[in-house]
Design a protein around this ligand. Structure first.
Ligand code: SF4
Length: 156
């Protein structure tokens, strides 16, 4: 009986189970402002198959999304909009900084460009590149899933 149970029953902590479920049911909100958007779109196409990561469907209301993808250059003029969208998302939520412009201003070291979105909102994963290739984007998505799996999940 004991042998049969160990072969057929798997135990885990509820916290880990919640992390596993959440990392495979990501609803993304793409905040796309510039040329990196082209690579975001190619990653979202069937060739790279985001469905296998449980992250295929974008949501165009922040209230229905849990991952904010910031894709492209963020100007100081649009920065308050980005902050408002982040604040409208319900917890738990995560932010991915997509490409050099979102992460550090990229080639635009000037008065008009935000030098990294982490000066406005918290960032969970940075994806390097100008623009990042879809493989780099998938790598960033896997890192986000790892982070979600290992973080402490609250259950209310
Ligand atoms: S990182 Fe490069 S490709 Fe992406 S928005 Fe900036 S300039 Fe365009």
């Amino acid at each position: 009986m004991t042998r049969s149970l160990s072969a057929n029953v798997m135990t885990t902590r509820f916290d880990k189970l919640l992390g596993w479920a959440r990392k495979y049911s990501l609803f993304q909100y793409p905040f796309v402002t510039a040329c990196c958007g082209m690579e975001f779109m190619s990653t979202a196409c069937s060739h790279y198959d985001l469905d296998r990561f449980g992250a295929a469907f974008p949501r165009f209301s922040p209230r229905q999304a849990d991952v904010l993808w910031v894709v492209g250059t963020i100007s100081h003029k649009i920065a308050p909009v980005l902050k408002t969208i982040y604040e409208q998302m319900a917890d738990p939520k995560w932010v991915v900084s997509f490409g050099a412009c979102a992460s550090c201003g990229g080639p635009y070291d000037n008065y008009a460009t935000v030098q990294g979105i982490d000066t406005i909102i918290p960032v969970d994963v940075y994806i390097a590149g100008c623009p990042p290739r879809p493989e780099a984007v998938l790598d960033g998505l896997l890192k986000l899933q790892e982070l979600i799996q290992n973080q402490k999940h609250e259950w209310k």
